[in-house]
Design a protein around this ligand. Structure first.
Ligand SMILES: Cc1cc2nc3c(=O)[nH]c(=O)nc-3n(C[C@H](O)[C@H](O)[C@H](O)COP(=O)(O)OP(=O)(O)OC[C@H]3O[C@@H](n4cnc5c(N)ncnc54)[C@H](O)[C@@H]3O)c2cc1C
Length: 319
């Protein structure tokens, strides 16, 4: 016999299953993300609370592709610009994707997370950088997506919170396309004139051609509190000495000529001794590291950075 209590529980479960705002087990993409949607249910940001508006992306929401471009040196890397597709006149809603948060793309039953590198709160637009993986389900979908097509996203997912009132030394370490989610983190600090925190942006890529957003990094470098360094272990020019070494030599003139004003690069991997060179204890501020990359990169960097920079484990964030 079914009791009244069981009936009520079943009814409430059924309505939860239909409620597009409720996160279900099936909302997890199954890829073992560091910040899984099941542990990081969206919370309203301070900016959203102040605006007193609805965040359009909380349930799965339709976004129209308004621009797409391949990376000039690599056609498996796409820049996609999306705009909220419904009720464009509706000024009761905004798009809130706080720095350090990602969104989930749904195509039928296939779910994959992507990290916006730019978003506009009022215009309800955002951009992602996508590295197409050969044979990947979502990569096939995104390779063929055209301007005006509709894609469904939900979010924001993540647990990163930034307190601008505490001065910090921020070590932002990233790998390949995972530079994308680090850009909003940098802008958040540099655009706040009251924030005295300093940033060291340590960018790991195969070579110079695979450093995305170089122009943006150069813009950041106009600020007194921002420094970057590129780590390019596979940089290779055509000179006979560098060809013989299988990668450019540290004194390579071709590389030096390719670098722009204030652009620093090293022909090596970022390792513990290099990380230690940033551990200047005379610079005031709480030491914080933010690491963006695949899970192996995150774990390696976390271990090395914690030792080299003497970080509290609670001050290391994996995106
Ligand atoms: C929090 C988070 C944020 C992310 N943000 C972005 C982003 O902004 N841009 C982006 O391009 N991707 C991002 N990813 C990765 C993305 O979610 C997908 O995993 C990726 O697009 C591949 O999906 P797929 O369905 O095409 O391939 P799948 O079917 O999942 O995999 C196809 C093949 O590619 C391999 N593969 C999958 N992912 C990778 C990878 N990252 N590196 C090397 N091989 C891989 C798989 O092992 C498999 O062999 C993010 C992942 C996480 C966890």
């Amino acid at each position: 016999m079914v009791t009244e209590e069981q009936d009520l529980k079943r009814e409430s479960l059924a309505s939860e299953e239909q409620d597009p705002f409720v996160i279900q087990e099936s909302d997890c993409c199954g890829n073992g993300c560091t910040n899984c949607i099941l542990d990081n249910k969206p919370k309203p940001s301070r900016r959203l609370l102040l605006a007193g508006k609805r965040n359009v992306i909380l349930p799965y929401t339709k976004f129209r592709l308004i621009w797409r471009e391949s990376h000039p040196a690599n056609d498996t890397v796409l820049f996609l610009h999306l705009r909220h597709a419904v009720n464009e006149e509706d000024d009761e809603s905004v798009l809130d994707i706080p720095p350090g948060h990602h969104v989930m793309l749904r195509d039928g039953s296939l779910l994959r997370p992507y990290s916006p590198y730019w978003s506009d709160f009022l215009a309800k637009e955002f951009r992602i950088l996508v590295k197409l993986q050969s044979g990947g389900g979502m990569s096939q979908k995104l390779a063929s997506v055209q301007v005006n097509d509709i894609l469904e996203f939900r979010g924001p997912i993540g647990n990163y919170q930034y307190d601008a009132s505490v001065t910090k030394c921020l070590f932002i370490i990233c790998q390949g396309v995972a530079i994308a989610p680090t850009l909003p983190l940098v802008r958040q600090v540099l655009e706040n004139e009251d924030d005295m925190s300093r940033i060291w942006h340590l960018v790991c890529s195969r070579d110079l051609q695979h450093v995305y957003f170089r122009e943006e990094l150069l813009e950041f470098a106009r600020n007194w509190n921002y420094k970057s360094c590129l780590y390019l272990p596979h940089q290779q020019c055509g000179s006979s000495a560098c060809q013989a070494a299988d990668h450019c030599l540290p004194e390579c003139l071709e590389l030096a000529k390719s670098l722009r004003y204030k652009e620093a690069a090293k022909i090596s991997r970022l390792d513990i001794s290099e990380l230690s060179s940033f551990a200047n204890q005379n610079i005031p501020g709480t030491r914080v590291a933010i690491i963006a990359g695949d899970s192996r990169f995150q774990e390696n960097m976390k271990e090395m950075a914690t030792k080299a920079l003497d970080l509290e484990p609670a001050n290391v964030y994996l995106l």
